[in-house]
Ligand binder design. Structure first.
Ligand SMILES: Nc1nc2c(c(=O)[nH]1)N[C@H]1C(S)=C(S)[C@@H](COP(=O)(O)O)O[C@H]1N2
Ligand SMILES: [Mo]
Length: 503
């Protein structure tokens, strides 16, 4: 640390102080809960406040890494701000301290205003302000001077602060995590056999072509889309579901209660409204759960209710059209996927699923509360942000093979992919080459109208650049429209296309 009395030195002191502040915040958040960490809650607020185009951009550009990218971005902004605060403080300590106070105040505000926030959630940020100001003061006064402390004193203080920051942050984060409890709770669950197993999958339901999406998505590959920076953590033992609002008999249910009910198992494809044409946010699993409509009938839904609002363990809400849930389709309160308890990222211990609706209006993960109400009275999270309140899945199809810009050897070329229109089913898939005539593709045997189907074809192509396009018709015979639209506000439309070079 050669120039500790220079501006660069002061900037470094600012950054070290911010480190001490954050380390302290993470330690305190071990007591007040992971969502009260200023980093996590500012990230959460950024997600909640982000305009639709930015969210779309983040999901399509960074995919599963959208959250680490967001947290990294926040850290970069923080480091720059802290460096400036250090330089300012070297001239006028009070002004630098006020800057630290301001960042801390943003953290406190973000933590308190989370959906399940309480005044106590400000504590990590307040402690961070104190620790940051103290570290700033200590480091500035220990800078080497002719008549004051030597270089060694400063070096030791600086290294000590850095070590405290890293250690505090790490230990705090470890203490915040209850993943060990969750893992234990998950592995202790013995899923009961369904009273109504899923129908056997007919032969020909999976073409098993290399590179083609498999019919069943292995749990580790199941897509994940949500607003949670920290996965809401609750054990099956702690879980309770309250069903209330416009019902005759409010219900409260434990996980054991749910497991003791006659459960059914169904293959269901889930997809995300934010999926771009050709995008990856669609997966299929064999779900184990209890029919949601039956549970609601047990509670006695009152006339006039038209919306089912699910709230997750962190207070996030999803609004589902009630008539869709009650129309005879097999909406589930699911506890199992592909023979295992739900993965934490996919909603452990209990989530909702409604075949035919996008996840954002139907698939509440970490579900703890169901309220019967009306669309007039309540706007859930996504509806508040302008997304369509119903969320009917649009017919979609995708080319998986060949990959975009692949070099394929001349000779017969296999084209293949998947198509979905949950609950209406897929009745036909067509493809065309270089804008030519539409040709029929072979489609895999249907497992259920609630699941996707694969499609395939083999073609002979001349050498050179070629473009494949695909379109599907749903069970009503309606073809996907050509017009390209963005996901907002009711799902992307348009035909997926892939360009390849035949060599
Ligand atoms: N609690 C909660 N549930 C949620 C969400 C969320 O942000 N929070 N996102 C929804 C969206 S937009 C989708 S597409 C599905 C995705 O479910 P998956 O992550 O298990 O694939 O979950 C839905 N359920
Ligand atoms: Mo979604």
């Amino acid at each position: 640390m050669p120039h500790v009395n220079s501006e660069r030195g002061a900037a470094l002191i600012g950054v070290l102080s911010a480190g001490a502040a954050l380390g302290t915040a993470e330690l305190v958040a071990a007591a007040t809960g992971p969502n009260s960490s200023p980093i996590t809650s500012v990230g959460g607020a950024a997600i909640d406040l982000a305009p639709v185009w930015l969210k779309d951009f983040a999901i399509s550009t960074f995919g599963d890494y959208d959250k680490p990218v967001l947290l990294g971005g926040i850290l970069v902004v923080l480091v720059v701000f802290a460096a400036v605060a250090g330089v300012v403080a070297a001239r006028r300590f009070a002004a630098g301290a006020v800057m630290i106070g301001l960042i801390g105040a943003i953290g406190a505000l973000a933590a308190v205003s989370r959906p399940d926030g309480s005044p106590l959630d400000a504590l990590p940020s307040l402690a961070a302000i104190l620790a940051g100001a103290a570290a700033l003061h200590l480091l500035l006064t220990r800078r080497p001077a002719a008549d004051g402390p030597g270089r060694r004193t400063f070096l030791v203080t600086g290294l000590g602060t850095a070590a405290y920051a890293v250690l505090g942050g790490t230990v705090g984060r470890i203490l915040q995590q209850r993943s060990a409890d969750i893992a234990q709770s998950r592995s202790a669950i013995r899923l009961p056999a369904p009273v109504s197993p899923a129908a056997a999958r007919p032969s020909g339901h999976d073409f098993a072509i290399p590179g083609l999406t498999s019919f069943e998505t292995p749990n580790r590959d199941f897509y994940r889309v949500d607003t949670a920076l920290v996965i809401p953590e609750l054990t099956a033992e702690e879980w309770r579901l309250r069903i209330h609002g416009m019902v005759d008999r409010p219900v409260e249910l434990s996980f054991a209660d749910l497991m003791a009910k006659p459960l059914i198992e169904r293959d269901i494809t889930l997809c995300c409204v934010s999926n771009e044409v050709g995008g990856p946010y669609t997966s299929t699993a064999r779900w184990l759960g209890f029919p949601l409509a039956q549970l609601l009938r047990e509670a006695g839904v009152r006339a006039g209710a038209d919306q089912l609002v699910g709230t997750d363990h962190a207070g996030m809400t999803i609004g589902t059209p009630l008539d869709v849930v009650m129309d005879g389709r097999e909406a589930l309160l699911a506890i199992g996927m592909n023979g295992e308890p739900l993965l934490p990222a996919n909603g452990f211990p209990v989530r909702q699923l409604v075949p035919g609706l996008y996840g954002y209006t139907s698939a509440t993960k970490w579900l703890v509360d169901l309220e019967l109400t009306t669309f007039d009275k309540y706007d859930a999270y996504w509806t508040e942000r302008g997304w369509d309140p119903i969320g009917t899945v649009l017919t979609a199809s995708r080319i998986d093979v060949p990959k975009p810009f692949a070099q394929v050897p001349a000779g017969p070329v296999t084209v293949a992919g998947v198509a979905w229109a949950q609950h209406r089913g897929i009745s036909a898939v067509q493809f065309r080459i270089d804008g030519g005539e539409w040709r029929p593709a072979q489609i895999s045997t249907e497992v259920s109208p609630d699941t996707w189907r694969q499609w395939r074809a083999t073609v002979q192509l001349d050498k050179g650049l070629h473009r494949f396009e695909v379109r599907a018709a749903d069970g009503r015979g309606d073809w996907q429209p050509e017009e390209r639209t963005r996901p907002f506000p009711r799902g992307a439309t348009g035909w997926h296309s892939v360009a390849v070079t035949v060599t």
